[in-house]
Design a protein around this ligand. Structure first.
Ligand code: HEC
Ligand code: HEC
Length: 477
């Protein structure tokens, strides 16, 4: 009996006390950011009332047979909405039902895009590698149409009508060819940009530039603001009006923004408190040490050096700016920023809160600080390079086609090349070709406009051993 008691105590200690639950491991800033949204007065990033529970309509659009949660999960996967391990079950990230005037409204939060998985680990502050606003729009519009048929001519009350209409307006925007990314995981900045044209009463340009980018990492945000926000540092960070770009484009009124602006300021400070997660696998420290030397000789002039506090947290530094000619990466993101666009930004109705930085229109790119770079693949601002090792090769040798399906899962993580696994067997190669033919949105094709993998090539003649050591060092950041 005594033994049994001891055994039970041991089991109790292991289960109850020894292993911290996932929720306990999150920092308070992470927890707050996971919950963060700016749905306010019935406006902001949201779906139509009740849509998340209208399985019948969802099934009509995406197929499938079971009218249960798995259907919703299938839809969420199509949209790129992630699941994270919760205390007892996994939870959808960045989408939730909010009650507004007796209606249940599906609201999208910041972490739908600004958190994601890498090597199976859920991380707040890296971009969601699979988020697909264009798919959300396409499905959203079609689900609405089915719902309309199902409900016949039932009269909607004004609140329901308004919520439905504002959601549809956003969904239509997401499918507009001028604001629709070609591939999952990319978000066109023209989506936010369109708001400035709307406010000026000007037509949205059809010049073919969309500026599709991956969702950037948030680590070191406060220091980044010293140059400016976004891939080209176009946005002034104080006051932090730009960070709710997706909210204003979703139809929140400028008046709403002014009312809740103190919460936006708070969000900006939360973002600045995040720390990068460390590499979850073994690192060869001898090689990393050698790689550090190569990095300091070859890369540090743009990407800086890396230092840490006594507790291991990084000392963040201001990133450097690089003219596009000296880096040579895809220009679509910069081409989007025309002088016409800059003029529209200057005259926007929130111009006291949303301002241009000194770098606006200068055609320079931020050389990103590389904290947690192991988790931030595919690389470059347009996510065109699947692994770090590929980034160190000339563009001609980088993959022209790759799959970002399940990009954040453990089985898609390549520890040697650091980033996405490529096709290993003939079958996998054939699958890739088949998915390309079927125009699957998880196929990244570098021949598409804005998706070129060119540039960042000045360092490609390093010996292979140096490149391998560099990759090992980058795991430590
Ligand atoms: C639809 C996906 C999406 C959602 C939702 C979203 N963002 Fe972003 N965010 C982006 C993209 C894409 C960029 C990069 C744009 C660029 O570089 O041109 C970005 C950039 C940022 C940046 C600047 C980072 C940097 O490196 O300069 C901040 C801060 C930010 N978002 C905050 C937020 C907040 C706060 C919310 C919630 C209100 C939010 N975002 C919601 C996609 C999203
Ligand atoms: C001349 C300045 C410069 C040098 C030198 C340089 N880089 Fe970069 N690097 C940049 C710029 C600018 C970008 C962003 C380009 C883009 O996204 O279009 C970038 C992007 C990257 C990225 C992708 C970041 C992301 O979030 O996807 C990685 C990784 C990287 N560099 C690593 C290196 C390494 C390793 C070296 C040394 C071998 C190096 N860089 C040398 C300027 C430089």
């Amino acid at each position: 009996m005594e033994n049994l008691g001891t055994i039970l105590t041991v089991i109790f200690l292991c289960v109850g006390a020894g292993v911290p639950s996932y929720a306990q491991q999150l920092t308070s800033a992470e927890k707050e950011l996971i919950e963060l949204d700016f749905f306010y007065n019935g406006q902001g990033m949201h779906l139509s009332p009740g849509i998340l529970s209208k399985f019948e309509a969802i099934r009509a659009v995406i197929g499938g047979s079971r009218l249960d949660n798995s259907l919703l999960k299938t839809l969420m996967k199509r949209w790129g909405i992630q699941e994270r391990p919760g205390q007892n079950f996994s939870e959808l990230v960045g989408i939730k039902n909010v009650t507004y005037k007796n209606y249940k409204v599906g609201v999208l939060g910041c972490v739908a895009c600004h958190s994601g998985k890498a090597a199976g680990q859920y991380i707040v502050g890296i971009g969601n590698k699979n988020i697909d606003p264009a798919q959300i729009g396409t499905d959203g519009v079609r689900i609405e149409e089915v719902l309309k048929k199902l409900s016949g001519l039932r009269k909607k009350d004004p609140v329901e009508k308004e919520l439905t209409e504002s959601s549809l307006k956003l969904m239509r925007k997401l499918t507009d060819p001028r604001m629709r990314a070609e591939t999952q995981g990319l978000v066109p900045v023209s989506l936010v940009g369109s708001w400035f044209y709307e406010m000026a009463g000007a037509p949205i340009p059809s010049n073919g530039y969309k500026g599709s980018v991956k969702v950037p990492s948030w680590f070191g945000f406060e220091k980044k603001l010293e140059v400016g926000q976004f891939a080209d540092a176009i946005g002034k960070g104080h006051p932090p009006g730009w960070i709710i770009g997706v909210e204003i484009t979703s139809g929140t009124s400028p008046r709403n923004v002014r009312e809740y602006f103190s919460r936006v300021e708070h969000a900006s400070s939360l973002i600045s408190r995040l720390n990068p997660p460390s590499y979850p696998f073994f690192i060869r420290s001898d090689r990393a040490e050698l790689g550090k030397k190569t990095f300091e000789q070859t890369c540090a002039k743009c990407h800086g050096t890396y230092e840490y506090n006594a507790d291991g947290s990084p000392i963040y530094k201001t990133p450097k700016m690089v003219p596009i000619e000296s880096i040579g990466t895809d220009t679509d993101r910069l081409d989007y920023v025309t002088s016409d666009f800059l003029e529209k930004v200057r005259s926007n109705p929130l111009s006291d809160l949303i301002q241009l930085s000194d770098y606006a229109g200068k055609r320079m790119m931020v050389a990103p600080r590389l904290h947690a770079i192991w988790a931030r693949f595919p690389y470059l601002h347009n996510a065109s390079v699947p692994t770090l090792r590929d980034l160190l090769e000339p563009a001609s040798k980088r993959p022209k086609l790759f799959s970002i399906r399940d990009a954040g899962e453990l089985e898609r993580f390549d520890q040697t090349r650091m980033g996405l696994t490529g096709p290993k067997t003939d079958q996998e190669l054939r699958d890739l070709a088949r998915d390309l033919r079927r125009k699957k949105r998880w196929i990244y094709d570098v021949s598409k406009h804005g998706q070129s993998n060119q540039g960042h090539e000045k360092f490609v003649d390093l010996p292979d051993s140096d490149k391998d050591n560099l990759v090992e060092y980058l795991k430590t950041l």
